[in-house]
Ligand binder design. Sequence first.
Ligand SMILES: Cc1cc2nc3c(=O)[nH]c(=O)nc-3n(C[C@H](O)[C@H](O)[C@H](O)COP(=O)(O)OP(=O)(O)OC[C@H]3O[C@@H](n4cnc5c(N)ncnc54)[C@H](O)[C@@H]3O)c2cc1C
Length: 283
Amino acid sequence: MIKNFKGGIAVFTNPSTPIKCGGAPHKIMYLAVDYWRKKGVLDKCDIHYISGATVIFGVPEYKATLEEVLKKGNIKVHYSANTIGIDANNKTIEFETKSTPSSIKQSLSETTAACYSINEASQTDLANKVTLSFDLCHAVPPQSAPDFIKKSPLADASNPYGYVEVNKNTMQHSRFPNVFALGDCTNAPCSKTGAAIRKQAPVVVTNLLEVMDKQPVTAQYDGYSACPIPTQYGKLMLAEFDYNNKPKMTFPFNQAKPRWTMWILKTKVLPWLYWNKILKGTA
Ligand SMILES: Cc1cc2nc3c(=O)[nH]c(=O)nc-3n(C[C@H](O)[C@H](O)[C@H](O)COP(=O)(O)OP(=O)(O)OC[C@H]3O[C@@H](n4cnc5c(N)ncnc54)[C@H](O)[C@@H]3O)c2cc1C
């Protein structure tokens, strides 16, 4: 669809729930924009990013880089915007938003007013409902734990998404000390990535063995996660961070800068590392 797109309204969505790889919904958008730029159709594209989040990225250093990419691609961003319906036949998307920035209203009224309607919230309404027509839509659905976990006693009753209730540092279940969990199914407030699992796995192994030895658990996971974000073809920002949304960079240079070397790392080195080392627990 991206290859065949010759201009029009392109919409990319990001739900308001935690998702697998928080960067994925906008990674594809940056690649699409770069593709359309190279093919000479970007000027004919009106691109919208409809996101349930309040910012493009939670770590200020990486956020600043991505805001530049959004600006360069002339991407209109709707934050705190929850997609509530997509009508594929009529090619419209409906979302709720607490507010539509005046800059976006202005640009929409200049360019795409016909396809964009805003029902302004009354004083009692919580949100505006917005309907936008599109020619291309890349939608990421809301996500939750699988039902067999959500409906089990392992789930965190206070978490609407039904994730396994763990101590975010030891990965031990908060109520069942003989249960540990790791990966996307837990309520640990980290970014759900394979990179996070790579750091959680040794913690779980150590703590599990300690419990079996009737010892107190000692290993701690600090929320490390990594999100390799291609900002265009051939350039990538390797965002690494922890629970405190502080950068935790592996390399001795500023990883907030998109680089060709990081693109090579992602496309050539990481797949090898994944299959040969990470899955075997040796990296
Ligand atoms: C588009 C995309 C891009 C991503 N990019 C990156 C990236 O660049 N870097 C990175 O580190 N991470 C990335 N991730 C995230 C990464 O893929 C996940 O964090 C990781 O796969 C989670 O592993 P997991 O084993 O916890 O869960 P999953 O991989 O979801 O595995 C859970 C398994 O349980 C199975 N299952 C479900 N229900 C049942 C049942 N009832 N019985 C038996 N089995 C069941 C499922 O079929 C599935 O195979 C990305 C994810 C997506 C979707």
